[in-house]
Design a protein around this ligand. Structure first.
Ligand code: 13P
Length: 254
């Protein structure tokens, strides 16, 4: 179901003690906010090693927990990897799949990401699938083509009932960690395009029920104008999710 979602992608940040403090601070603040009333949800995506800290607190708190990546295999000789069954056994409900940093530094391509999406869904873990163009793509006017190809090659093999379980995050790579966010108009334009593609493939009902988040230098100052766009259903937040005051301001930006 389409929800307003703010997800924090901590990336490779925080020590154990810092992670514990941040989770506690966020949990305390969320107690004051009526999330359910506004059909809003908060997802924390800390590094793997702190997932248990978060999932231990999640049942009594107003947040859910996601991983930042997972293997496309369920088990086996894949040193350093983490699988869907492992995440599921730790009560992790979401997993970011296809983040541009995974694509860039770890060579993850659309084909592998399709398998990761399948693995995630097969273990009842909701994928937060990331798509988005590089700066040269946008400058060449190819941003719509790039995003279309990412969706077609990694998601559009799914059956309608499976597609309806996932969340999409549009993260233009030029906006990630740069301090230069997409303007609300640029975000809206791409989100509307993504929703149109979903409607063509799966029908208007599925398209209107899909949550599409924006990510890329989204912060406490610009979240409100981004979230005010009709097709922007929230944010996938990097840097600004590492500080509880900023993160809470973003959650309150709807
Ligand atoms: P920043 O918010 O730091 O730009 O990162 C966005 C992001 O990559 C979230 O997944």
């Amino acid at each position: 179901m389409r929800k307003k979602i703010v997800a924090g992608n901590w990336k490779m940040n925080k020590t154990f003690q810092e992670a514990e403090n941040l989770i506690i601070e966020i949990a305390d603040e969320l107690e004051e906010i009526e999330l359910a009333a506004g059909n809003r949800a908060v997802i924390l995506c800390p590094p793997f090693v702190y997932l248990e800290l978060a999932t231990d607190m999640a049942p009594d708190s107003f947040f859910s927990v996601g991983a930042q990546n997972m293997s496309d295999s369920d088990s086996g000789a894949f040193t350093g990897e983490i699988s869907g069954p492992m995440l599921k056994s730790m009560e992790v409900e979401y997993c970011i799949i296809g983040h541009s940093e995974r694509r860039k530094y770890f060579g993850e391509n659309n084909e592998l990401l399709a398998r990761k999406v399948d693995a995630s869904l097969s273990h009842d873990i909701c994928p937060i699938f990331c798509c988005g163009e590089l700066l040269p793509d946008r400058e060449a006017g190819k941003h719509f083509d790039v995003v279309k190809q990412q969706l077609e090659e990694s998601l559009f093999h799914l059956k309608k009932e499976d597609f309806e379980k996932l969340i999409i995050a549009y993260e233009p790579v030029w906006a990630i960690g740069t301090g230069v966010n997409a303007t609300p108009e640029q975000a809206q334009e791409m989100h509307a395009f993504i929703r149109k593609l979903i409607a063509e493939k799966y029908g208007e009902d599925t398209a209107s029920q899909t949550s599409i988040l924006y990510g890329g230098s989204c912060n406490a100052k610009n979240a409100q104008s981004l979230f005010a766009q009709p097709d922007v259903d929230g944010g996938l937040i990097g840097g600004a999710s590492l500080n509880s005051a900023d993160f809470i301001k973003i959650i309150n930006s709807f």
